[in-house]
Design a protein around this ligand. Structure first.
Ligand code: HEC
Length: 338
């Protein structure tokens, strides 16, 4: 008899008589605005919008699963050992709010003007300098992959301090990836539109040494880059940006005129960004060969950091052959790493 009583008490205490009723407008929309609509809005990288009650309500179960499994928002880095400045992910309290809202029947609540305006205003600020390809390029509709070089003169008489970069493909359907390089010799201007790797290019004929072989990269789904306060890249005066475009094969000819949008700082950065390209020459256990059917680990050792540095970005480039990469500082003489 006693046991039955306990059971009843337990049941009674879990009846959500006075549980708070969550609504889309007051509890869910702020979470989605913070973590999802940068991609899930018109023109974003995701296939559908999550900006209205209707968008969200009809996919509520799906959303709950996507966030609880941590499939969304996408974040591929392992956060076991460390956190990142631009880390994505929902807090446990946010996950709980979504689950509770779904469980309570997905109430809409009341929209206020300020709440609505918040989503609508998710636009990037106006760039300070827009550098488009000099002319539109006609991607031939012959089902071949196209690797092309475009020369984009910056025409700047001063060094520019770049605090943000936004690469905008002109043809998002066919742009497979873009790589930006820097040339300060201006000898490559005749190569505008040339096939990358063509031996007839000025680049090959005159053996031009690029000022930078990988200044910036872009692949579909990438976002504009913004550097923290006081940190910037320097674009030397009179630089030509060399845009290396890879277009996917297409049976229909189509135009592209991609552009580079730059955000500028007026004063030189306190902490300039330097890039270090480690290619296969830096491998300490050559040869750089993976025999068929084998798993091989390669080690690379970068030059010593010249000063106290912060690592701002790591870009492992392994196509589908590499499974993981682990950059780590080696403690030689330094006392500590933060
Ligand atoms: C960085 C961009 C980005 C962010 C941020 C993002 N998504 Fe997505 N989402 C995508 C893309 C791209 C897809 C389609 C490809 C896929 O399913 O992996 C997608 C797919 C989905 C899907 C469908 C999954 C499936 O199995 O087809 C759901 C549901 C979803 N997102 C919900 C969310 C929610 C909720 C958030 C915020 C908590 C969010 N996403 C944040 C880019 C994003």
């Amino acid at each position: 008899m006693k046991t039955i009583w306990c059971g009843w008490l337990l049941v009674l205490s879990t009846i959500p008589l006075c549980a708070q009723q969550l609504t889309y407008y007051s509890d869910i929309k702020p979470i989605l605005d913070r973590h999802c609509v940068e991609c899930h809005s018109a023109g974003g990288a995701a296939p559908f919008e999550l900006t209205s009650f209707e968008d969200v309500e009809k996919r509520a179960d799906f959303i709950q699963v996507a966030v609880e499994t941590r499939y969304m928002p996408p974040w591929f880095a392992d956060t076991t050992f460390q956190t990142y400045h631009n880390q994505r992910g929902l807090s446990n309290a946010e996950l709980k709010s979504i689950a509770t809202w779904v469980g309570q029947g997905r109430r809409k609540g009341k929209a206020t003007k300020t709440v609505e305006a918040k989503t609508a205003s998710i636009t990037w600020p106006k760039p300070d300098l827009v550098l488009p390809m000099q002319r539109p390029f006609l991607i031939p509709g012959d089902n071949t992959e196209q690797f092309r070089i475009f020369v984009i003169p910056s025409n700047s008489k001063e060094d520019l301090y770049i605090k943000g970069i936004d690469f905008r493909p002109g043809n998002a359907k066919l742009a497979h990836h873009a790589r930006l390089m820097l040339d300060t010799t201006q000898m490559l201007r005749a190569d505008d539109g040339a096939m990358a790797g063509d031996t007839a290019t000025e680049f090959t004929r005159r053996n031009v040494q690029l000022a930078h072989a990988f200044w910036q990269g872009w692949v579909p789904g990438n976002f504009p880059v913004r550097y923290p306060e006081g940190i910037a890249k320097v674009l030397p005066k009179n630089t030509d940006i060399i845009l290396n475009m890879h277009y996917s094969p297409t049976p229909q000819p189509a135009y592209d005129q991609s552009e580079i949008r730059l955000y500028l700082d007026k004063t030189p950065p306190k902490r300039p960004i330097h890039d270090l390209i480690l290619d296969e020459n830096w491998i300490t256990n050559p040869p750089f060969v993976i025999p068929a059917g084998q798993v091989v680990k390669f080690y690379m050792r970068s030059p010593m950091a010249p000063a106290d540095i912060s690592l701002i970005n790591v870009l492992p480039h392994m196509h589908l052959l590499g499974k993981a990469s682990k950059p780590m500082p080696l403690r030689l003489r330094a006392k500590s790493f933060r």
